[in-house]
Design a protein around this ligand. Sequence first.
Ligand code: 4NP
Length: 156
Amino acid sequence: MESILFICLGNICRSPTAKAVFDYKLQRAGVTLRTDSAGTTGYHQGSPPDPRAIHAASEWGLDISTERARIVTVEDFTRFERIYAMDRSNLADLRERMPADASAQVDLLMSLAPDYGLDEVPDPYYGGEDGFRRVLDMLETAADRLIDELGARSRP
Ligand code: 4NP
């Protein structure tokens, strides 16, 4: 696998954080993957991540302040091998706009980590700081499971 796109609603909270957590974990594991993030809406197009997301990521030593929100495009469905949605609503929106020639595998992010016991990454936008910390915890587990999966596939 070479590329993953992370999707949420606004592309200012969950998905830019997902990109940063996965980039960090993949790099530490010595795995090279192209990653990006986008939203199903353009409400925040061109904006940096939510200050609470920037703060929560900074507690982890990650700087997401230079990310800029964008809306998912039809081309994304062929440019990325996997597209991971944060919640069922994002997944339904993605499936609705999936072109006939889409090659990407589209799924919920937490399908990577069924042991976590939650299949959606809850939207932290209307909540407090705790919601952002929980998002990071979930993303970390999902990234660890992906690395396990890639390691298992590369072993002879
Ligand atoms: P995200 O969070 O989808 O994780 O980026 C949200 C950001 C903005 C809004 C909703 C969710 N909004 O309604 O503006």
